[in-house]
Design a protein around this ligand. Structure first.
Ligand code: NAD
Ligand code: AKB
Length: 326
């Protein structure tokens, strides 16, 4: 039975991986950690939680030993738009946070999941059906840290035998916890604004295609990869995973199937548009399918229907006095 620790556990991805792992293994077996403690009160109350900076290796070692941790999902990081505003802070957290986790894992014998991103690719990468093994020369600081992170994780596997694994996630879309400062955040916010106001002002151009994924598929990808038979893994850090690719115009058209009066207009943010222009349109994910059985369940239509249903119900609850953020 695994003893799991999650870093960045209160974020968009962490809160959902935490909920699913606690559902599978029990709350006591899944230790959550984050630098903040002011969100997702239910998750914090339900099982072990520690508030500290992931660059503190002494504290991490204490917690790993106390709970006999054997598997770490390392999710604490700065995302692309935030990273571009403060590149030094992004390098510091994304690289020193990862180094701290890998060193503790090496000494204490833990497996480590670290997500990479479509941000690990750049303008010279083939944009359509981006191959698993291809050119990676990203132009954003986020991308620089993601490529360096992939290499560092592979290094720890080859040099020290640490069981490191990762996927290159597309933009993730979810309703439990808002996204934390990425270029793909528009694709989440558009659903909130569609339900609240029936209109949305988008910070990317309407014809900007990007790879995206609904959160239930993203959570399953992480857990399935960590449970995969290691002898089948030819790649490790990190696997392309893909489920849908769309642009804001297309997403708006799908929202209109359910909210016909929905309107979208555009006020382009040059920083995030430049990042999006340097990323692939869609990834080819054959290696993940063959090596550990990756298969997504959601497409743009099923995701749109589900997001609008969940958010409408939450808005309705808020009208009757429930907290809109819960
Ligand atoms: P997020 O910003 O929602 O969550 C990150 C969490 O890390 C936050 O809860 C934050 O409080 C915590 N954190 C920040 N600094 C910390 C520190 N010094 N010590 C400890 N915790 C700290 O991000 P997310 O979307 O959940 O992303 C998680 C991982 O997945 C990241 O590595 C990200 O690059 C990757 N990823 C996310 C997406 C996406 O669309 N969400 C896509 C591709 C890859
Ligand atoms: C971001 O936009 O920074 C993230 C990502 C795709 O890595 N959502």
């Amino acid at each position: 039975m695994r003893q799991i620790l999650i870093t960045g556990a209160l974020g968009q991805l962490g809160s959902e991986i935490a909920a699913e792992l606690r559902r599978r293994h029990g709350a006591e077996k899944v230790v959550l950690t984050d630098i903040r403690g002011d969100v997702n009160a239910d998750l914090i109350a339900e099982g072990p939680f520690y508030q500290f900076d992931i660059r503190d290796g002494v504290r991490l070692t204490e917690i790993v030993r106390k709970h006999r941790i054997d598997t770490v999902y390392h999710l604490a990081a700065l995302l692309s738009a935030t990273a571009e505003r403060d590149p030094q802070a992004a390098w510091d957290l994304n690289m020193n946070g990862l180094t701290t986790v890998l060193e503790v894992a090496r000494v204490e014998g833990c497996s480590v999941f670290t997500p990479s991103s479509i941000g690990a690719f750049g303008p010279t990468t083939p944009r359509d059906w981006t191959p698993q093994d291809t050119l990676q020369r990203p132009t954003s600081m986020y991308g620089v840290t993601k490529v360096a992170g992939e290499l560092l994780c592979d290094y720890y596997y080859h040099k020290f035998g640490v069981d490191t694994r990762g996927v290159r996630y597309p933009g993730l879309i979810s309703s439990l916890t808002p996204p934390g400062g990425g270029t793909t955040d528009y694709a989440v916010d558009i659903y909130y604004q569609a339900v609240r106001q029936g209109r949305y002002r988008c910070f990317l151009k309407g014809d900007t295609y990007l790879d995206m994924m609904y959160m239930p598929d993203a959570v399953r990808a992480a857990i399935d990869l960590m449970e995969a038979d290691p002898s089948r893994l030819r790649h490790r850090n990190a696997f392309n995973v893909s489920s849908m690719s769309f642009c804001p115009e297309e997403q708006a058209a799908y929202i209109r199937k359910y909210i016909p009066e929905f309107e979208i207009d555009y006020h382009v943010d040059p920083v995030r548009q430049a990042i999006a222009n340097s990323w692939p349109n869609n990834l080819e994910d054959y290696a993940a399918r063959v090596e550990w059985g990756w298969e997504p369940a959601h497409d743009l239509d099923t995701m749109t229907r589900d997001m609008l249903r969940v958010l409408s119900r939450r808005l309705e609850d808020a009208r009757y006095g429930w907290n809109d953020q819960q």
